[in-house]
Design a protein around this ligand. Structure first.
Ligand SMILES: [Zn+2]
Length: 472
């Protein structure tokens, strides 16, 4: 494929956007996004490298399985996509709304410009200021009247992340001056929505929720879940909410998703207006999915269910009669494949240490580029750390089968995978198939070398934000 007319590549990721809830919008609400998806190749079996943000982004941004170079963000041993591209004179911009894929965990490595909620460049953002104020007030004595202000700010008006409208504003500010000057520009844009807690504008709440909940009451339910949830998959977790409360939470998830898509629409419409859309390749994905109580949990806890690891991926190349692409690619792909795809789109060589394969050929032919995709984690809660063998959960996902080794439960699973939900464990019924996939799993375990994570400093403000995002 001749990719010489591609000047820019945008990698757009949405946090916790599950496959079957993606892009709930009508063509009239978001005509540009709608057209973009119609012109894209859809990868129908795309698998994340993990079930949460911290296990997905080593795959997306450095083509590495999460346990490869220490289990905490990017280390000096990684070869991040931005570093690779900068070395090849591609101008690189990163904008992320999520703390767990921010500069705190070295995800800014290699970017020429980077914006997040923890770096010094974010000091003039509204959420950062709100958080600073809240933290100052929080440190004052309990009886102080300012404490009440803290509670007000903290609980009702202060999302623990940068919201979608600001992400789009920042992207427009950083990207558009550069896109005109540089021959080649890469931008990674990470929207926090639809991740909880939920702060969508009222118009989306009205559109998606018929009940009586508002932002305050729905986020109280989210806080209650974070406080009261029991062990992963425990049936007692289903007693925390009534069926009505569960369905209200999903309404707000959809409202939050619609907000992010509308902000993405604003970005795409701006690109079109500037004339740059025709020179830009766009990759759209989510880091991982979200469980909506199908397996006795909400959110993305440590488990390798389809709702978490099977994620959406679209790739849309610039309009060009020489670039004739498939509507849909129906073989297994992995987040590991994104960085090699991006380097090939820019005409650069991939890094030798990357574990994925470019998907550029998959845009034209339906031939498999891999037979299975590995997803892995090694933690019970939080954001990773040292690799603990007793906490390993590894999944090997083929086109129609999935094998999972769960050391936390000391159990193995085999699933026939189809329409998104895991049903019955059929490991006793198909021992030959289990053995075949288990072989790849054992091979992977034998390759995990570095078990100690690099240490990082997390201040109390960041810790508080992570707690509100559900990291205990
Ligand atoms: Zn995430």
């Amino acid at each position: 494929m001749n990719t010489s007319q591609i000047s820019n590549v945008l990698l757009v990721s949405f946090d916790a956007f599950r496959l079957d809830r993606t892009f709930h919008f009508t063509e009239s609400d978001c005509p540009h996004v709608s057209e973009l998806l119609n012109d894209s190749t859809y990868f129908s079996k795309h698998i994340s490298t993990g079930s949460g943000t911290s296990t997905s982004f080593p795959g997306i941004l450095a083509s590495s399985l999460p346990l490869e170079y220490g289990y905490r963000g990017l280390s000096e041993d990684h070869c991040p996509i931005a570093e690779r591209l900068s070395r090849n004179n591609v101008y690189t911009i990163g904008i992320t709304a999520q703390t767990s894929c921010s500069s705190l965990f070295n995800y800014d490595t290699g970017f020429d410009r980077f914006f997040d909620s923890v770096g010094s460049n974010s000091s003039n953002t509204k959420s950062f200021i709100k958080e600073k104020v809240a933290n100052i007030v929080r440190d004052t004595p309990v009886e102080s009247p300012t404490k009440a202000i803290y509670d007000l700010i903290k609980n009702h008006d202060n999302p623990p992340y940068i919201q979608a409208d600001e992400v789009t504003d920042r992207t427009i500010d950083l990207l558009f001056p550069k896109i005109k000057q540089s021959n080649q520009t890469f931008a990674w844009i990470h929207y926090m929505e639809p991740h909880a807690p939920y702060y969508p504008p009222t118009k989306f709440i009205k559109q998606y929720h018929n009940g009586n909940h508002d932002l305050s009451s729905i986020n109280k339910l989210i806080n209650r879940w974070n406080r009261e949830r029991g062990p992963v998959g425990s049936p007692k977790n289903m007693d925390i909410f009534t069926p009505d409360e569960r369905s209200s939470i999903i309404d707000f998830y959809d409202a939050q998703a619609a907000f992010a898509v509308e902000e993405f629409e604003r970005l795409i419409s701006k690109l079109k207006e500037s004339g740059e859309l025709k020179r830009t390749a766009i990759i759209i994905t989510s880091d991982h999915g979200e469980e909506h109580f199908e397996h006795n949990d909400f959110g993305h806890r440590p488990k390798m269910i389809e709702e978490l690891i099977h994620v959406p991926l679209w790739i849309r190349l610039p309009e060009n009669p020489d670039l004739d692409t498939l509507c849909s690619f129906d073989n297994i792909t992995s987040h590991l494949d994104l960085s090699p795809t991006i380097t090939e789109l820019f005409g650069c060589e991939p890094s030798d240490q990357w574990q994925g394969n470019s998907l550029v050929s998959a845009l034209e032919t339906n031939d498999p580029t891999r037979n299975y995709a590995v997803s892995e984690l090694s933690h019970k809660s939080g954001l990773g750390g040292d690799v603990r063998p007793e906490e390993l959960i590894i999944s090997v996902r083929g086109k129609t089968w999935k094998y999972v080794l769960n050391k936390q439960e000391n159990r193995e699973y085999l699933y026939q995978v189809g329409e998104g939900i895991d049903h019955e464990n059929v490991i006793d019924k198909y021992p030959g198939k289990a053995k075949e996939l288990k072989h790849f799993c054992e091979q992977r375990i034998s390759n995990i070398n570095k078990v100690e994570a690099d240490s990082i400093d997390i201040d109390s403000g960041v810790e508080d934000r992570l707690r509100r995002l559900g990291y205990k």
